[in-house]
Design a protein around this ligand. Structure first.
Ligand SMILES: Cc1ncc(COP(=O)(O)O)c(C=O)c1O
Length: 303
C-alpha cells in the first residue's frame, strides 16, 4: 500500500497524516463500523472506478443491517470518491470507504455517538500477489469456522465481522500458505477471508449460494461472464473433498480479483496450474474492469 496525499474525512479532504480519530471511538472498541473495498483501473487513455454505484449500494445496505445512520447521501459519497482520485492523482488504485461510530458513550450501546465517514484511496497491488494471480496460490482449510449467520450477518461488511477473517488469514500465513478457505458452521465450503470461491468440474462452474456468504460483486461478474461464455454454473453447497478433486479452483474479490488456487491442504488442484476456464474468466474480467471490452460499460465510472 502506498500513501496518498488526501483522505476524505467527514466532508473534507484532509492530509493523509491528519486523518485521525479519538482513541475512545466506539468502532475501535467494538468493531461498530461498516466498509467497502472498491478498485479503479486505467487503460491507455482513461481511468474508471469499477461498479462505484453498486459498491455504495452495498455500503448503505451494510449500514442498514448494522443500524448505522450515514449522515451523507450516496451521491455525496460517490462524488467525493471521484474528487478524491482526482486530487490524489490516482489511476489504478484501491478505494476504502468506512463509516464508524465515534466517541461519546463507551458502553456497548453507542447511544448518539457521532457517525464518522472516511474515504481513502491509494495504490495497492493485487491482494494475493502478482505471482499468485499468474501461477495460483496455496491454500489451507481454516480451523476457524466462518461466522454463523445469526451471530454475524454476512450481507454486511461490518468491521467487527472481519476478526473471523483475521484469525483464519493469520493461521494460514503462519502455516506457510497464501490464504485460508473457510467452512461454514455446518461444515460446507463457505468463502475465503475476503473472497468468494468457485470450482470447475467437468467444464461446469460450481459456487456457494449467496445465502450464507457475502454478495460479492466480482462473484456476480464471474457469473455474468460464464453466462456469456455458455459455461454452466451451479450454485450449490459443496464439501471440502469436492474442492480437492476439482479440475480448477479460483477465488474472486475486488482486492484479490480472479486468483487461481493451485493447492488446497497439500493436494494439487488439477495439474497444479491455472486451468482453462479460470484463465478465460481472469482475462475477461481484466478486460471488463479496464474498459478494454467496452469503455462505455454501465459498470465503469470515468474519472
Ligand atoms: C468475506 C468476503 N467475501 C467475498 C468478498 C468479495 O466481494 P467483492 O467481489 O464484492 O469484493 C469480500 C470482499 O469484499 C469479502 O470480504
Amino acid at each position: 500500500m502506498q500513501k496518498s496525499k488526501y483522505i476524505w474525512f467527514n466532508g473534507k479532504f484532509v492530509p493523509w497524516n491528519s486523518a485521525k480519530t479519538h482513541v475512545l471511538s466506539h468502532g475501535l472498541h467494538y468493531g461498530s463500523g461498516i466498509f467497502e473495498g472498491i478498485r479503479a483501473y486505467s487503460n491507455k487513455t482513461n481511468t474508471f472506478i469499477f461498479r462505484l454505484e453498486d459498491h455504495y449500494k452495498r455500503f448503505y445496505n451494510s449500514a442498514k443491517v448494522a443500524m448505522i445512520k450515514i449522515p451523507y447521501s450516496k451521491k455525496v459519497l460517490e462524488d467525493a470518491t471521484i474528487k478524491l482520485l482526482k486530487k490524489n492523482n490516482l489511476k489504478d488504485c484501491y478505494i476504502r470507504p468506512l463509516a464508524f461510530i465515534g466517541d461519546g458513550a463507551i458502553g456497548i450501546n453507542p447511544a448518539n455517538n457521532k457517525i464518522n465517514v472516511i474515504i481513502a484511496a491509494f495504490k495497492w497491488g493485487t491482494y494475493l500477489g502478482d505471482e499468485g494471480v499468474k501461477k495460483g496460490i496455496r491454500t489451507k482449510i481454516s480451523s476457524f469456522a466462518r461466522m454463523g449467520v445469526n451471530s454475524f450477518m454476512t450481507k454486511s461488511k461490518i468491521s467487527g465481522n472481519y476478526i473471523n477473517s483475521v484469525f483464519a488469514k493469520r493461521e494460514a500465513l503462519n502455516a506457510g500458505y497464501d490464504e485460508a478457505l473457510m467452512l461454514d458452521t455446518d461444515g460446507f465450503v463457505s468463502e475465503g477471508t475476503g473472497e468468494n470461491i468457485f470450482i470447475v468440474r467437468d467444464h461446469k462452474i460450481k459456487t456457494v449460494p449467496i445465502t450464507t456468504v457475502l454478495e460479492g460483486l466480482t462473484r456476480d461478474c464471474v457469473l455474468n461472464i460464464a453466462k456469456e461464455e455458455n459455461i454452466d454454473v451451479i450454485e450449490q453447497r459443496f464439501t471440502r473433498d469436492e474442492l480437492y478433486i476439482a479440475d480448477e479452483v479460483f477465488l474472486s474479490g475486488t482486492a484479490a480479483e480472479i486468483t487461481p488456487v493451485r493447492e488446497i491442504d497439500d493436494r494439487k488442484i488439477g495439474n497444479g496450474k491455472p486451468g482453462r476456464i479460470t484463465k478465460l474468466i481472469q482475462e475477461r474480467y481484466k478486460n471488463l474492469v479496464k474498459g478494454i471490452t467496452n469503455s462505455k460499460h454501465r459498470y465503469l465510472t470515468k474519472i
